[in-house]
Design a binder for this molecule. Structure first.
Ligand SMILES: NC(=O)c1ccc[n+]([C@@H]2O[C@H](COP(=O)([O-])OP(=O)(O)OC[C@H]3O[C@@H](n4cnc5c(N)ncnc54)[C@H](O)[C@@H]3O)[C@@H](O)[C@H]2O)c1
Length: 266
């Protein structure tokens, strides 16, 4: 028998922290799926919402087969009726909502002379209307749960302009300010609202951008790596920031904008 005395370790997390229900929008995309994988644990129930219902189902199945709890919800987050139905579905099924991460978004590259009014509208719908509508429907439930956390995903281009992405830059700047306005308005209800501003991250969106600009993907990635840390980001690195801001470790953090961009906005 070993002579080493057993050293009591810290109490397991499950004993210290209650179960939580977290809604992730855009949960089927590159960053959204990474957020779902990162948050999935024994005490978290995930609602995976995306316009691509089949892909949301695949992510939920993946989380479940790894031992987590997840349910897919197909919806268009730019439609108020879809968002109301989503929140009714989540709270109806799980009884409460404690956290929200708004990841859904899309990009159409172009300067203002290249973008059509339809491009402008769709970019605002997917990136900004979706955040407004989801938070509007979620906040009463977070309040009812005694408080909670919202994490929005903006972009470095919500803080500093980028070329040929005029609608996207404007919409993401709106996400930053909307997040801070919500942080002020809903702090008394115990709701924290913070924003993650990623730089270029290896996802299907980045690939589509290369296509929109007519640039070979590898060349586009190489140009995107021109930043202090000399590389693009991985979805997991954005998910780590989301996990921090959603969790207890960020209990005194609200209204913050956390750039996760390899120094790209410096
Ligand atoms: N990839 C990057 O380089 C990068 C950089 C900065 C910010 N972002 C932001 O991160 C977020 C995630 O981007 P990603 O790279 O994972 O892109 P992605 O295209 O892989 O995923 C986006 C997901 O959002 C969903 N979505 C879009 N509009 C929707 C709507 N109206 N209703 C429901 N679902 C909708 C899409 O179906 C898709 O699954 C976006 O908000 C994006 O603007 C990405």
């Amino acid at each position: 028998m070993s002579g080493a005395a057993a050293v009591p370790g810290p109490a397991p997390e499950s004993a210290a922290e209650p179960d939580r229900v977290v809604l992730v929008t855009g949960g089927a995309g590159g960053i959204g799926a990474a957020v779902c994988r990162r948050l999935a644990d024994h005490r978290t129930t995930l609602a995976v919402a995306d316009r691509d219902a089949g892909a949301a189902r695949e992510i939920a199945l993946e989380v479940r087969s790894a031992g987590g709890r997840a349910e897919p919800f197909g919806c268009d987050l730019s439609r108020p009726e879809d968002v109301e139905a989503l929140l009714d579905g989540v709270v109806g099924q799980f009884g409460a909502l404690h956290g929200l991460c708004t990841v859904a978004g899309s990009i159409r590259r172009g300067d203002v002379t290249e973008l059509t009014p339809a491009d402008w509208r769709a970019t605002f719908e997917d990136n900004l209307d979706s955040v407004f509508l989801t938070c509007r429907a979620a906040i009463p439930h977070l309040t009812r749960a005694g408080g909670g956390a919202i994490v929005t995903i903006a972009s470095g281009w919500g803080l500093r302009a980028g070329r040929r992405a005029a609608a996207y830059c404007a919409a993401k700047a709106g996400v930053v300010m909307l997040t801070q306005a919500m942080a002020l308005d809903h702090a008394p209800a115990g709701i924290r609202a913070n924003c993650v501003a990623p730089g270029d991250v290896r996802t299907p969106m980045l690939e589509r951008e290369a296509g929109q600009l007519g640039c070979p993907v590898e060349q586009f990635y190489a140009e995107a790596a021109d930043r202090p840390l000399r590389r693009i980001g991985e979805p997991r690195e954005i998910a780590d920031a989301v996990s921090y801001l959603l969790g207890e470790e960020a209990s005194f953090v609200t209204g913050a904008v956390l750039t996760v961009d390899g120094g790209g906005t410096l």
